[in-house]
Design a protein around this ligand. Structure first.
Ligand code: BGP
Length: 464
């Protein structure tokens, strides 16, 4: 079939989720508490409609049926994460065999249904025992994470051939240490920098350990970053400078060490200027240099827009925000439910950036999607959500990706966030993202229009 938008051979058409957002079963079979389980137990009112992490989409129980549904929607790959707190419920780092059994079953079931598993190791879900040791502020926790990563490679690496060390490592420092949207709700830029640094160090050491193992011979390991192209309000020098600094803190602080093996000098200088350099050991520089990623996962929802500060920000503790302000573009198309700008051209700009500045490293779009509140409004007489807006959203982003691939970008897949509506952290089930809708009361799953559409796209490896 001649298609206007044809994708490269063996392209991954899939979806992404994470353990804490889909498994449920937070308190059974020996799982330990994660920071989310703990936080919900102390402050349920902080979560939309007080729905917590144990009421997620019951993947723990229904994984077999769900994997069959994945096939029905045409997925040839699926990314989820192992929950560290399920595999290692306490500080002894002893493996919980119920967890091993569960993840083995999930992996085997995916493989026998022709679905490539991509396994992520950390998705904002620090075990509570490790958080008590200081979380990512603590170097000791870096060592614990590496033990955990090694155990995962050893236990599942014979069958899992795509690993990622982190999902969106910027979120923990940004939401948990610069803002108070995620636990532990500390607002201190210096501590945020330490957290971000330890995540990158942990990722590099895990990569080095993976590459030493036999199972890595036919496997690869990467990191998933939410690259948000950062545009200045206009070409005024001060606004361009503000956008560059925002880009340094939120994108390049993770992208550069992960792909190029070193931090941008400009970022180091800014941190020095503010007395905010993290504690590090000399040997780390070599570790980060030598252990870059084999591939990138790129999550893309929206861009960032910046301008110079209109007023000086008076703060007692360091925050990158002293250098810029967010700028709201009056022409922006908005997803009003999530408050995120929809800007499909951002996908092309990401491709361009990776081609020009990051050696055209292989990457896949590891998340993209549209969260919509009140989707029951769109249920038709057959009981199906007619989410035509989601089809348009995905089409527009795929067209932009296609343009990037035509220009030479080394992109090998596109994953939708998400497969079945899942638990969105503090937003719980407010906004729905799935190809498959979930009735929270009955746990009934129904494929949405977008799921049917995606199946055709995957089958034809493109669309018109
Ligand atoms: C990404 C996260 C996902 C997911 C998604 C949608 O940043 O990796 O875990 O939740 O965003 O965002 P939200 O759930 O906040 O609406």
């Amino acid at each position: 079939m001649k298609l206007n938008y044809k994708f490269p051979e063996n392209f991954l058409w899939g979806a992404a989720s994470s353990g804490p957002q889909s498994e449920g079963a937070a308190n059974i079979d020996g799982k330990g508490e994660s920071i989310w389980d703990y936080w919900y137990s102390t402050n349920p009112e902080l979560f939309f409609n007080e729905v917590g992490p144990s009421d997620t989409s019951t993947f723990y129980k229904n994984y077999k049926e769900d994997i069959k549904l994945m096939k029905k929607v045409g997925l040839n790959s699926f990314r989820t994460s192992i929950q560290w707190s399920r595999l290692m419920p306490d500080k002894t780092s002893k493996v919980n065999f119920e967890a091993v059994k569960f993840y083995n079953n999930v992996i085997d079931e995916m493989l026998s249904n022709g679905i490539l598993p991509i396994m992520n190791l950390h998705h904002f879900d620090m075990p509570m025992w490790a958080q008590k040791l200081g979380g990512w502020e603590s170097r000791e926790v870096v060592n614990y994470y590496v033990q955990y990563a090694k155990a995962c490679f050893r236990l599942f690496g014979d069958r899992v051939k795509f690993w990622t060390t982190f999902n969106e490592p910027v979120v923990t420092p940004e939401m948990g240490y610069l803002g108070d949207w995620h636990y532990p709700c500390i607002v201190d830029g210096k501590r945020a920098v330490q957290v971000a640094y330890h995540e990158i160090l942990a990722s590099a050491i895990a990569i080095s350990e993976y590459h030493k193992m036999d199972c890595s011979k036919d496997g690869s390991i990467g990191i998933i970053l939410n690259l948000m192209p950062t545009y200045p309000k206009d070409y005024e020098k001060e606004n361009v400078k503000a956008a560059n600094i925002q880009d340094l803190f939120y994108n390049r602080a993770f992208l550069d060490p992960s792909v190029l093996g070193e931090y941008p000098q400009e970022l180091i200088d800014l941190l020095k200027e503010n007395g905010a350099l993290p504690k590090y050991e000399q040997k780390d520089i070599e570790t980060i240099k030598k252990n870059t990623v084999d591939f990138l996962g790129v999550n893309y929802y929206c861009p960032r827009r910046a301008q110079a500060r209109t007023e000086k920000l008076d703060v007692d503790v360091f925050t990158p925000e002293i250098y810029f302000e967010n700028y709201v573009w009056p022409m922006a198309k908005m997803n009003k439910y999530r408050g995120w700008e929809i800007y499909e051209e951002g996908v092309y700009d990401i491709c361009d950036n990776i081609m020009k500045n990051y050696g055209n490293i292989p990457f896949f779009i590891s998340e993209n999607g549209m969260g919509v509140e009140g989707e029951e409004r769109f249920i038709n007489e057959k009981g199906q959500v007619e989410d035509l807006y989601r089809i348009d959203f995905v089409k527009d982003h795929l067209k932009s990706l296609h343009k990037g691939i035509e220009a030479g970008a080394n992109c090998f897949g596109y994953h939708m966030w998400t497969f079945i509506d899942n638990w969105s952290w503090r937003n719980a089930y407010k906004n729905r993202y799935g190809f498959v809708s979930l009735d929270l009361k009955t746990q009934k799953r129904t494929i949405k229009k977008s799921g049917e559409w995606f199946k055709k796209v995957s089958k034809n490896n493109g669309f018109n």
